[in-house]
Design a binder for this molecule. Structure first.
Ligand code: ADP
Length: 558
């Protein structure tokens, strides 16, 4: 740990909040540049909307959402049309301020006219979303799932999912929303930070009782009631992969801006927290993605009025220690150079991780490590034999088997990690890449965008870059003049910039470029469905660019 900065380059940098250190030229950082911005409620909703436009059936796991204030008229109009076409439809909506967390500022409404417009929406944009009225209940209570996902690499895409997660319970029995109970947060919102203040909140020493439990304990219960938990897991895996596919285009733009290819820089990985709600019919719905999921393994307990103490939380420890331990195992730089290297320099930033590690080391009585690695490497390998992690209850073990079978890590048996519990992180991508690759259209649009960004370090495309894109891809013709190209650029860019998320740079952001690209695709391939129009235009552009590259190579244009 380098609490006051560091001098030597490190193998792994563990930052607390975001990617912020511009002096890293090697090693691996636990944050991607731009992740915080990419998973904000509004940006996530936009990315999901783009994917829903392209692939409506594949992306029906995200509730219908509108962005406020700009889409308020659209929201009002669409709800009116839906109500007119189905008078029995009595929807509820949930309004969530952008950038909020822990249930902050969230409220439920029955009608678009109930949106609180006074001042706050203008200064603090929000997402309004269809409220899922029929969640799965356990013990009559609503709960959500926090799953940990490791984005190990962006290019090539590598995704891992933790086999266990947390279930966070409401503390008032659930009733479908009515005007009378809309404001009852302990009934409708599952946030731990809210429910902990309820007198019904139950701290538990066991992983399958109380207001916070392991997800595997819920699966166990569902399975004993005859539910198809294997299908549920595969739906969850598919939800996670599709969500990350929706996020990667934006992440790649940030990545090339902060870590231009060809220059020395670190690689990145990140643990994300996926919040998922199960509907009564067991369909998982995505609520949100957290760039900084809490890794606390303690909770506060009020010993006497006003006197608090941090006490261990076995449920958090069970799940989170394994996630951090296995993330470190997976990104272990020594795997590649185990033979000659002796030491990992691990740059730990947040104090909680340090506490987690040291407490586990204190707990640890075993002395069976015969590793000749340095103390620092032992430091985290020892986490693996933290006593709690060894006691996976039999029932949940068998449920974990319900997760599609996983091949052991090729070098696991031979490595010094052989004594550790099996990985709690399951690789899902590229493992299931074949099933999902057709969804990666916006990724290809982003690749075009990045190619024409020109000057490294920017995230927005200037008018010249856009014109070059049109020319190089031969998209201009007698029906679509360069003057029309300029008008398209100005129209779309102005509208996106007036929505004002990022005023720092002028020019066309990725989402605006995607909109322009869809527009061009619709113009050129009129009668096809949108995803086929976009695919056709992509192939057209890529083909022209490949020919151009070949020509340049031949003529030595550089
Ligand atoms: P925050 O970041 O403030 O926690 P979330 O999007 O996670 O915001 O919402 C807070 C809680 O509200 C969730 O944990 C969930 O219990 C509930 N919730 C959010 N969106 C929906 C929805 N569309 N339908 C039903 N419940 C929801």
């Amino acid at each position: 740990q380098f609490p006051f900065g560091r001098r030597l380059p490190c193998d792994i940098y563990w930052h607390g909040v975001s990617f912020h250190d511009n002096n890293i030229f090697s090693g691996q950082v636990n944050k991607f540049p731009g992740m915080m911005e990419t998973v904000r409620k509004i940006t996530l909703s936009r990315a999901m909307r783009t994917m829903q436009d392209l692939f409506p059936l594949e992306y029906n796991f995200y509730p219908r959402s509108w962005i406020l204030p700009e889409e308020l008229p659209l929201f009002v109009a669409e709800v009116r049309v839906m109500k007119d076409s189905d008078p029995s439809w009595k929807p509820t909506f949930i309004v969530k301020p952008d950038g909020g967390c822990q249930g902050d500022g969230i409220y439920l409404i029955k009608d678009p006219s109930d949106i609180r417009l006074t001042g706050s929406i203008q200064s603090r944009p929000a997402v309004v979303q269809e409220y899922i009225c029929k969640p799965l209940l356990v013990d009559k209570l609503k709960f959500d799932i926090r799953l940990y996902v490791l984005l190990k690499s962006l290019e090539p895409l590598e995704i891992y999912i933790a086999k266990d997660g947390l279930s966070r319970f409401c503390t008032e029995p659930y009733q479908e929303p009515t005007l009378k109970n809309l404001h009852q947060v302990f009934m409708h919102l599952t946030n731990y930070s809210l429910n902990i203040h309820s007198e019904n909140f139950i701290h538990s020493d066991s992983v399958n009782t109380g207001s916070k439990r392991t997800f595997s304990s819920i699966l166990c219960r569902l399975s004993s009631r005859g539910a198809d938990v294997k299908k549920l897991w595969s739906d969850i895996i598919s939800l996670v992969i599709k969500t990350i596919i929706a996020l990667t285009p934006e992440l790649k733009v940030y990545y090339q801006s902060d870590i231009p290819s060809g220059k020395p820089g670190p690689t990145c990985f990140q643990i994300l927290g996926f919040d998922i709600l199960l509907m009564k019919n067991l369909k998982p719905m995505l609520l949100e993605v957290n760039a900084n999921p809490s890794m606390r393994i303690e909770h506060e307990q009020e010993l006497s009025p006003g006197v608090f103490e941090n006490v261990p939380s076995p449920v958090d420890e069970e799940v989170k220690v394994a996630v951090i331990r296995d993330t470190l195992r997976l990104v272990d730089p020594q795997k590649k150079k185990r033979k000659d290297a002796q030491c990992i320099y691990l740059y730990l930033r947040p104090l909680f991780l340090f506490k987690t590690v040291t407490r586990c080391m204190k707990d640890k009585q075993h002395k069976h490590h015969s590793l000749k690695l340095s103390l620092k490497l032992k430091f985290y390998l020892k986490l693996g034999s933290c006593p709690r992690s060894e006691h996976v209850p039999e029932s949940s073990e068998s449920l974990l088997d319900a997760v599609p079978a996983e091949r052991p890590e090729p070098d696991a048996a031979r490595s010094p990690e052989a004594g550790l519990p099996s990985l709690c992180l399951k690789q899902v991508f590229p493992k299931y890449a074949k099933q999902f690759s057709y969804l990666r259209l916006v990724d290809r649009v982003a690749a075009l965008f990045i190619r024409f960004l020109g000057v490294k370090g920017t995230t927005k495309l200037g008018p010249t870059g856009f014109r070059t894109f049109i020319r190089n891809c031969k998209l201009s013709n007698s029906n679509f003049s360069m003057a029309a190209v300029d008008i398209l650029y100005i129209d779309i860019t102005r509208r996106w910039n007036s929505m004002g998320i990022d005023h720092k740079e002028s020019g066309m952001c990725l989402q605006a470029f995607v909109e322009a690209f869809f527009c061009l695709a619709q113009k050129k391939y009129k009668s096809l469905p949108l995803h086929e129009q976009v695919l056709s235009l992509l192939e057209f552009c890529e083909c022209h660019l490949a020919a151009l590259d070949e020509k340049r190579l031949l003529w030595g244009w550089g």
